[in-house]
Ligand binder design. Structure first.
Ligand code: HEC
Length: 170
């Protein structure tokens, strides 16, 4: 066998190995798919403007209940059951907007909460990619704005509950 043929075979082998290595990546990526929740959303008030901000359902008990169901079906596997993320691989969502609680001036507080809502919704709709690796799926084709705000309302409420609860044991 000539040298060039040997080299060609070697190149094929390397390509094969790479192919196999790359072939295993989708298996990992499969974990990062958006699993739609099955919830009855008829209790959610219609949105006059689906792009309006801030979250129109903040504090709405019915939205919080529906949001909880959706959260536990679609988000809990990464962000923790009932948004308690202290043993979860993904960030604790109860922190998003938490700093606003310390803002005294009403107009600034509203601005702060609105920014946090917008960040939350944008993160959910687009998902998260870092250095080319998808960490969270995009949800915009899976969740309606109504359902995203309902989930946000639930997570928000869990944040307030957590603030008033004793800290976790180490
Ligand atoms: C497959 C795992 C996975 C699922 C399922 C998932 N997420 Fe995430 N999410 C992540 C990871 C990992 C990050 C952090 C990514 C990063 O910062 O690069 C993240 C980040 C976020 C952020 C930004 C948080 C911050 O502190 O910046 C929000 C908001 C969010 N997720 C909401 C949700 C919601 C709502 C759902 C359910 C509809 C959901 N996620 C489902 C893995 C997931």
């Amino acid at each position: 066998m000539t040298l060039s043929r040997t080299l060609a075979r070697l190149a094929c082998l390397v390509a094969l190995c790479f192919g196999v290595a790359l072939g295993t990546r989708p298996a990992h990526a499969n974990n990062v798919v958006a699993i739609p929740p099955h919830v009855d959303t008829t209790g959610l008030p219609p949105l006059d403007d689906p792009n309006a901000e801030p979250n129109p359902y903040r504090g709405n008990p019915q939205a919080i209940g529906i949001g909880r169901e959706a959260f536990n079906q679609s988000c809990a596997r990464c962000h923790g059951v009932d948004a308690d993320a202290h043993r979860s691989p993904a960030p604790d969502l109860r922190r998003v907007g938490r700093a606003c609680e310390r803002v005294r001036e009403p107009a600034l507080k509203t601005r702060c909460e609105t920014d946090a809502d917008v960040y939350f919704r944008h993160s959910v709709e687009e998902g998260k990619v870092k250095v080319g690796v998808r960490h969270m799926p995009a949800w915009k084709s899976v969740l309606s704005p109504q359902l995203i705000w309902a989930i946000r309302s639930f997570v928000d409420q869990q944040g307030s509950v957590q603030l008033n609860a004793p800290p976790h044991e180490p």
